[in-house]
Design a binder for this molecule. Structure first.
Ligand SMILES: N[C@@H](CCC(=O)N[C@@H](CS)C(=O)NCC(=O)O)C(=O)O
Length: 387
């Protein structure tokens, strides 16, 4: 579904941007040579950022693997730190994790929101790098080209962590048993590359929904809870996330509102000249409005797309009600609560989210987990110095 869009962007638009890099990063006074080019460049930024939800389909998780894995990659480990520019720092004075992490993200990407929700829930301090969605200069050093990426300072270098679910599982495994070094933990989550049904080179991470246990073997009750948590984490990635694009880009007006929110939440006005923001917002909204219809068909979203979103929310709250607890995890959120919250938080500023609150009873759980995580989160500080 996303392949044609990305192919067009990568093969036609991006080379044109690269050839005009100075133009793209030019100061406000240096305007592009042609309006057509300007529109293409800016709209493509908009589309890629808007692809936050839909772009996920470009990277399939555990899809039917028609071919055996063709290659095993060593988990990326860097001896020296890449050059990166943190935009924000989350500073938590009570952080006892001893972790030094950098999150490379798109602010409103649901997978990045999921990782932030996790890091904040654990009270971890970390740096945030906002990646430019078209040229992705800030992740040039990485062979893996999606976000989120987390870089962890470890003995002897920097351990790269990839894929939102795997990032959470690796860090959680480490935090539950700090004697397990991150470099060792990642060995349990091997990166695999394979050709998918469409013959496309695809990356996946084995065991990514599993938390590893060292000596503390879980009893039957804990195992059942872990199974449930795992199933709902998968549901967040495989069901919930696919309901988002068709909803936030449902009509041209909604798509525009969504992009205006991206502009605000992503701080585009601080990073791009005003004319460029305007074209990104309008161009991106138009493109995503069209593309969202194809995503809707691909993921069997109902014609009344809101209904699919409400159905997903009801399925989730129904499971919590059945347990009779505050969260799926009981009195405290578990990784499934955090994942579902993270994914949903990516549309918090959209009309679809307001409608969701009005037509389902997810609001109570949502506010509860948001406050719970918010109380543990460090303070956000704009980073001025470059690392
Ligand atoms: N399974 C990955 C999906 C990550 C993903 O698809 N990220 C999108 C942004 S939301 C991306 O980087 N797309 C760029 C591309 O596909 O080239 C995860 O959970 O982290």
């Amino acid at each position: 579904m996303w392949q044609p869009t990305f192919t067009l962007l990568r093969k036609v638009i991006i080379p044109s941007i690269k050839a005009n890099t100075k133009l793209f990063y030019s100061s406000k006074s240096r305007l592009p040579r042609s309006t057509v080019k300007l529109t293409l460049v800016s709209a493509s930024v908009g589309v890629l950022v808007g692809a936050g939800y839909g772009g996920y389909t470009h990277y399939k998780i555990n899809v039917k693997k028609s071919l055996a894995p063709v290659e095993n990659e060593e988990y990326p480990f860097l001896q020296t730190a890449p050059v990166y520019r943190p935009h924000y720092k989350i500073i938590n004075d009570g952080d006892t994790s001893n972790l030094q992490l950098v999150l490379f993200q798109y602010r409103t990407c649901p997978f990045c929101c999921k990782v932030r929700a996790y890091l904040d829930s654990r009270g971890i301090s970390y740096d945030i790098v906002e990646v430019d969605a078209v040229l992705r200069q800030d992740i040039k050093w990485s062979t893996y080209k999606k976000v989120p990426i987390v870089l962890a300072k470890v003995d002897g270098g920097y351990q790269q962590l990839l894929d939102s679910t795997a990032i959470i599982s690796v860090l959680e495994t480490h935090l539950r048993d700090k004697s397990s070094e991150l470099r060792e933990v990642v060995q349990f989550y091997p990166v695999t590359r394979y050709l998918n049904d469409a013959g496309k080179d695809t990356t996946d991470i084995t065991n990514k929904y599993f938390i590893m246990h060292n000596n503390a073997v879980p009893d039957e009750r804990e195992k059942a809870a872990e199974n449930e948590e795992r199933e709902w984490r998968q549901w967040a990635d495989r069901v919930l996330v696919h309901t988002l694009s068709p909803n936030v880009y449902r009509t041209a007006g909604e798509a525009l509102e969504t992009f205006k929110w991206f502009e605000e939440a992503g701080g585009w006005r601080q990073s791009f000249p005003g004319w460029e923001c305007a074209v990104m917002v309008y161009g991106g909204a138009a493109a995503m409005w069209i593309i969202a219809k194809r995503l809707k068909a691909r993921h069997n979203i109902k014609d009344d797309v809101r209904q699919s979103l409400y159905d997903a929310a009801n399925e989730w709250t129904g499971a919590i009600k059945k347990k009779g607890s505050r969260f799926l995890g009981g009195e405290q959120p578990n990784l499934a609560d955090i994942s579902v919250y993270g994914v949903l938080s990516s549309i918090e500023g959209c009309q679809a989210f307001q409608d969701l609150r009005n037509h389902t009873d997810i609001g109570k759980w949502y506010d509860d987990i948001k406050n719970t995580i918010g109380r543990k989160m460090g303070k956000v500080v704009a980073a001025t110095a470059h690392a």
